[in-house]
Design a protein around this ligand. Structure first.
Ligand SMILES: [Mn+2]
Length: 297
């Protein structure tokens, strides 16, 4: 889908699979899925451009019912708008394209759920989100801090995403959950600004719960870099980092977020060609199932 055709929502992407149980109309839908198949700055192992289609294809492999939230996707009105055509060689044009598409989703009263692609795409989404939600709070699940000012000469590299988001976010409010990899100065920045929220695998997300207490009713955007999960359960990602989390830990995060006002989310960095068993793609689809339900409020 190019950004021109997106002016007239629908059309929908009828060429390939859509996420299971998605409606093929935007009528009565509160949530809009949009794929962004971009991996132009991936510095180690590329391939996340194939994430959106892989997730859609595999989505029928999980149940529509979520026992944790006691909700069934079949009863949720959400729409899968297909994927954007992005200029892979040009990061700045890509981010602009994502911003314009997100603005259109918001104009149609659809809460955006963006499927990456690499993490750099988040900047474009946030540029659009702050128009409707100037006091937006970003919650980041990620192995890496992504606070570099530039990486390999590119200020819009996926290693710089949170730095760019901070620059465009009037509230400056980003909570970075259990980041476990970064430079000494990135960790200093997170700690000095009370942004690093600890989380222990196997426990409830009590630190996050406490940190979010003052933000009841504040619009929250969740950016979920799938490398937050442990490489044992998420091998299919470009920059895997040992020492990560499992599904139960994500479920603990969901327990906290469900009490808050989630207005948008993205799920990024799945690289299906590195996912030889398919388990990473299944995990990504299950994360998206939970987020569709949380956004449909
Ligand atoms: Mn990241």
């Amino acid at each position: 889908m190019n950004s021109e055709s997106f002016n007239n929502v629908p059309p929908f992407n009828n060429d390939g699979a859509i996420f299971m149980t998605s409606k093929r109309t935007i009528d009565n839908c509160k949530v809009g899925l949009l794929g962004v198949p971009y991996d132009g700055t991936s510095c180690f192992r590329p391939g996340s451009r194939f994430g959106p289609s892989a997730i859609r294809e595999i989505s029928t492999g999980i149940e529509t019912y979520c026992p944790q939230l006691d909700l069934d996707l079949e009863n949720v009105n959400f729409t899968d708008l297909g994927s954007l055509d992005v200029p892979l060689g040009n990061t700045i044009s890509t981010i602009k394209c994502i911003k314009d598409a997100t603005l259109k989703l918001l104009k149609h009263n659809l809460k955006p759920l963006i499927i990456g692609g690499e993490h750099s795409i988040t900047t474009g989404v946030i540029e659009a989100m702050i128009k409707d939600y100037p006091n937006l709070l970003i919650l980041q699940l990620d192995a890496h801090a992504d606070l570099r000012d530039e990486w390999l000469g590119n200020k819009h590299s996926h290693a710089c995403t949170m730095k760019r988001c901070l620059e465009i976010l009037p509230s400056q409010k980003i909570l970075q959950v259990a980041i476990r990899s970064g430079t000494k100065s990135e960790f200093k920045e997170m700690n000095d600004n009370n942004r690093l929220i600890p989380h222990t695998s196997g426990e409830s997300a009590s630190h996050l719960k406490k940190a979010l207490q003052q933000f009841i009713g504040t619009p929250i955007y969740l950016t979920c870099d799938l490398d937050w999960f442990d490489p044992s359960v998420m091998p299919g990602t470009g920059t895997p980092e040992p020492g990560g989390f499992i599904w139960k830990d994500f479920a603990a995060i969901i327990e906290v977020i469900k009490e808050h006002k989630l207005v948008g989310a993205d799920v990024v960095e799945l690289s299906p060609m590195l996912d030889t068993s398919g388990i990473s793609t299944i995990l990504a689809a299950k994360v998206i199932r939970s987020l569709i339900m949380l956004l449909d409020k």
